[in-house]
Design a protein around this ligand. Sequence first.
Ligand code: ADP
Ligand code: MG
Length: 680
Amino acid sequence: MLKKELQISTCEDLLNHFPYKYIDRTRFYKIREVEPDLPYVQVIARLTHIDIVGDKRAKRLVAQVMDDTGVMELVWFQGIKWVEKMLSVGKAYILFGKPGFFNGKAQVAHPEMELYSTGALQRKGNATLQPAYSSTEKLKQFSLDSKGIQKLLSTLLEQATNDISENLPLYIINHFRLVQRVDAYKNIHFPADATNLNEAIYRLKFEELFLLQLKLLKNKLLHNQKFKGQIFTSVGDLFNQFYHHKLPFALTGAQKKVLKEIRQDTQRGVQMNRLLQGDVGSGKTVVALMSMLIAIDNGFQTCIMAPTEILANQHYQTIKELVGDDFIEVGLLTGSTSAKARKKLHERLETGELKILIGTHALIEDKVQYKNLGFVVIDEQHRFGVEQRARLWRKNIIPPHVLVMTATPIPRTLAMTLYGDLDISVIDELPAGRKPIQTVHYYESHRLRMFGFMKQEIAKGRQVYVVYPLIQESATLDLKNLMDGTDIMAREFPLPQYRISIVHGKLKAAEKQFEMNRFIKGETQIMVATTVIEVGVNIPNASVMVVENAERFGLSQLHQLRGRVGRGADQSFCILMSHEKLSHDGRIRLNTMVKTNNGFEIAETDLQLRGPGNLEGTQQSGILDLKVANIVTDQELLITVRNYVQHIFEKDPQLSQPENQILNQSLQSKNEGLAWNKIS
Ligand code: ADP
Ligand code: MG
């Protein structure tokens, strides 16, 4: 039953069922202070009266206690005889329990009662922190409430003392002044005092983060040993021609740095597994393209996989534009590719003639065979499953190098954990001359001002996005939906002076593309859309982003949306429209957007607000199901631990030194559950 209700099936699981809070028994309440919504109260009071009321079937014992501030009722529904015998009227007690209200009076049902004495008081004052455990209704029926679990654990800890063996080497314990593992377990369940408890928690957090990082970095080392990689011996003609004759701008320092990192990776003979993080507009695509050219120079084929058709098209256009005509052929393969075109693509891939293929997950269908795929770029990483990525790998005996690009920056500590076994590159610099996007937050009452501003920008020849969170009206959510919004827009921006494109998820791909194209070509000035335009869309002349009901969007989504503008030379703007009434978090989100353009800073705030488990792309991973440690609040410890583990592997890559033997054992017993990250 413990298994079914709390997933506890072994003694170890039970030991790891940590208290979710500790009840501070040093605090005493006066009766006047007792309120029903307090989780528990401890009161010193004199018993003035007991009474058994009710008939045979619903008998209860009601007692009255008082202190110098008031009277309170206690009630028992069970064990009445025994309680009656135990209590003596006139004596003072230390009572403890969950308060409630009954007939307008404070009442505690089934309180713990202990006769008051200075000794008892002192004991309470010392044994201060009582553990409280989560339980379920079902378990409570079988006396496995918090108290019951506490008893189980108390017994278990007595018996298991010898089985809780140390899993960290002494030198680490000494270096970080950790308490022994067995003591940590004892003290996290039954702390003598706050210091004890803190030491226990620190030790267990350390252990948890340490073993996770040990495992991730070990996997990375193993991966490097196991997976041979294509060696790109030289940088050839294509790359050089492109660099010297085609590239329309100078690379930023950050772009150069990342290219260098990739260049190094592809010469080592080990498969590259690199995550490229960079804010929207930081110029990841050029870096990807130039890396691909190196691969092609070395006789390999390359591909870019994007999560949606719109994005695949966009990449296709961008890359075609960058390479120009007569330089190199670029193929596009998506769900909309005709059977005939598809067949031709397949053939040319098999013969190896086609060197650059861009597409959606159509790229990884079994029918698609490459002659020698050497370099794979995956855009917007979190939308692809791990299995899909692994399938790309298997397209070659020696797996291709993999560059994963994400425009959703991930805080450093989260990346260390989520992608702890990948190498990470960061483009932390925007191309020169980019003007930071100006962001403002308007309430509904400023709508006319917003319209005025739109007109002003459109008069300058600019284009405007207006984004809505929902497509259909929902009775429960007070949202102006897209269609209503479009009506209002159409009235405010009448034909023939203004033209509006509408794009939303319910349109067919061809219709979507048609509407997009009108906007791209400048035939329409306003694009009213849902979040389908969120990622990757690149229209430099669009310089205003209006987000309706901005309070309903998450931070990373807002940031993505804002990234659609600011791509040309003009000053760009983002206008966040919201209701007057905002939640606490909603206000922080909008303020953050107004305050900063930095995606990493925004991601950091997002992490603080939502916690690690709820960030986009992290939900399924399971890797963040930490028991004691918390990636948000324990960032410092995480970084310390990560550096330390790196240091251990530098000194002893095989963990073969005698003092590290214990770590091999610890890794083995921690081996389950993390298998997914082997195939990133
Ligand atoms: P990301 O994919 O990181 O959002 P892109 O690669 O789409 O960014 O680049 C955004 C825009 O900036 C593109 O129009 C691109 O041509 C341009 N760009 C990229 N690198 C530079 C650079 N070093 N200098 C000027 N413009 C650049
Ligand atoms: Mg991009």
